[in-house]
Write a protein that binds this ligand. Structure first.
Ligand code: DGP
Length: 155
């Protein structure tokens, strides 16, 4: 079987179609998580992919979400590729705190601090995580409604 379906791996970040151009054995290794492809966000960090960057320092980058859910929708991303919230280490405490500080300052700059906004980190499948490189969503500029839509209980 030489077909590698588009997929997302925990280890490798978003690897949709990322196996293209790799040898058969390297694609098997990619799927097995033996080595990882750079995530989309790593490629933005190194300047390989374009993004509307609104902040950058030695620890984080922040850029506008490509599919904004509100007038302000910014992603605050550590330069260090931590895949998910589960992978935050004890020694990342200052880094994660810095992500919050950057989000706070960006909210002020965007003029949404007084009315309010939402900060979200999605984790893994149930959290709806799409890109496996830790990121903090800063969303605001309109009333955002309840945090989660209530659903009918199905069981
Ligand atoms: P999450 O579901 O928490 O993993 O959110 C990932 C977000 O990343 C989603 O809102 C869309 C955004 N996104 C995906 N690909 C790109 C990209 O190439 N550029 C930018 N700026 N945002 C992206």
């Amino acid at each position: 079987m030489d077909q590698v379906p588009p997929s997302y791996t925990h280890e490798g970040g978003a690897v949709s179609n990322a196996g293209r151009g790799l040898s058969y054995s390297d694609r098997r290794r990619l799927i097995a998580g033996e080595f990882s492809m750079p995530t989309l966000f790593e490629r933005i960090i190194v300047g390989e992919l374009p993004a509307a960057i609104v902040h950058r320092d030695e620890r984080v980058i922040a850029f506008r979400d490509i599919r904004p859910l509100a007038p302000t929708h910014i992603l605050v991303v550590p330069n260090k590729p931590i895949p998910t919230a589960n992978d935050i280490g004890d020694d990342d405490e200052a880094l994660v705190g810095h992500m919050m500080i950057v989000a706070r300052d960006l909210a002020r700059k965007e003029g949404i601090a007084a009315n309010g906004y939402r900060l979200i980190i999605n984790c893994n499948a149930h959290g709806g995580q799409e890109v496996y490189h830790l990121h903090l969503h800063l969303i605001g500029g309109r009333p955002l409604g309840p945090m989660l839509m209530r659903q009918e209980r199905t069981g």
